[in-house]
Design a protein around this ligand. Sequence first.
Ligand SMILES: [Zn+2]
Ligand SMILES: [Zn+2]
Length: 394
Amino acid sequence: MAVQWLLVCHGLVTLLVLISFLCGQWPIFQGTPIQRIHYFITYGAYDYFLRFIGFVFGTKGTNAILSIEQFCCDRPNPILQVIYLAILWGTYYFIIKSSFSYIPGYYLGAVHRYTSLLAVGVGVLLFLLTSFSDPGTVTAENVSQYLSAYPYDNIIYSEKECSTCKIPKPARSKHCSICNRCVARFDHHCGWMNNCIGERNTRHFMAFLLWHFLICIYGSVALGFILAGQVKELKVVHILTVYYGIERNFRSLAPHVVQWLLGAYNTQILLMVFLAIVSLLLAGFFGYHANLCLTNTTTNETFKWQEYLSWQKKLNEAKASTEALKASISEMGSETKPAESKWKLLCRRSPLEDVEVVVKNNMYDRGFFHNLCEIIFPLSTRSSFVSQTKLKNS
Ligand SMILES: [Zn+2]
Ligand SMILES: [Zn+2]
C-alpha cells in the first residue's frame, strides 16, 4: 500500500512542477502557489544559489558561476543535446531491461523489438537533421534573394541593416546572438538542437516534434499491452474471482488488478506515466507550432505582434480619452444645454468602449495551403531562388 501512495505522490509532484514550470506565467495562475513555484524554478532558486555561492566563496565564486552560465546560455554548446540523447537512450534502455522479456507476449508480437529500435533510430536521425542543418543563414551572397522573397510589411518589419553582419536585414529575419548570424524567417534559437530554427529547417523541427510525440504514445501503449498481456497470461482475473472470491465485474476487480500491477510491475508503470506526460507536453508544443506554421507566423513574430497590438491599443485609448476630454470641455462651455440626469450619465457609453479595435494584419499569411507549402518547400530551396543566387555569384 505504501508503494502505491509513493507513486501517487510522485505523479502529483511531477505534474505540479511541470504545470508550474510551463504555465506558471498564465494570467489565470496569478497570485497562486503555481505562479510562486514557477518563479522559484525559473529565477528564485538560481538567485538563492548565486547568493549562497557569493556568501561562501565571495566574488570569485559568483564570477565563476556567471561565466559557466554565459557558456551554457549565451554560447553555442552541446549540453542540452547530450541531455536529450541521454533521456532518449536511457528511457529506451530501461524499457529493454524491464519489458523486452515480455515480448512476444499475449498482445504484442516479436516485431515490436525491432520496430521500437527503428522508431528511436528515426527520432535520432530527425534530431541530427534539425541540429546540423542550415536554418537559412542570410549572407551577402543570398541577401538580395531573401529581400525579394520576404517584402517588408512596414508594420513589424521595415528596412534595416544588421549592425553585426553589416548586410541588409530581410523582413522576418533576426540576428541570433548565440550563433552570431542572421537567420531568415527566424523562429527561435533551440537549445536542445543547439541550432536556430528558421526558414530552411522548420520542417525538420516539426517532423522531430511530431515523431517524438508518436514514439511516446507508441511506448506508452506498448507498455500498456505488455501489462494487459501479463494479466491475461497469469490468469489474474481467474485467481481473484475463484480463490479470493471477488465479484466478476470491472468495478470490483479493477482496484485489485491495479494494486497487483503496482506491486509487480512498478517500473513499467513509471515508464508509462513518464511517456504519457512527455507525449502530452510534445502534443501541446507541436500544436502551438503547427498553428504558427499554418498562419505563417513565427515565435519571434508573435512577440512582435503582441508588442505592436498593445502599443496600438494604448495609442487609440489615449486618442479616445483626448477626444472625450475635448467634448466635455466644449459641453461645459455651452450653457444652453439642459443638465443630463444622473441615470443618463450612468448609462452613457464610456469613450473607451468606442476605441477602434486593432487587428493583426499579417501579409505573410496567404492561406492554409500556401503556408503549408512554404514550410515543406522553403523559398530558398526552390529552383528560382537557387539559380538567382548562382547568377549573382558568377
Ligand atoms: Zn546579423
Ligand atoms: Zn541561433
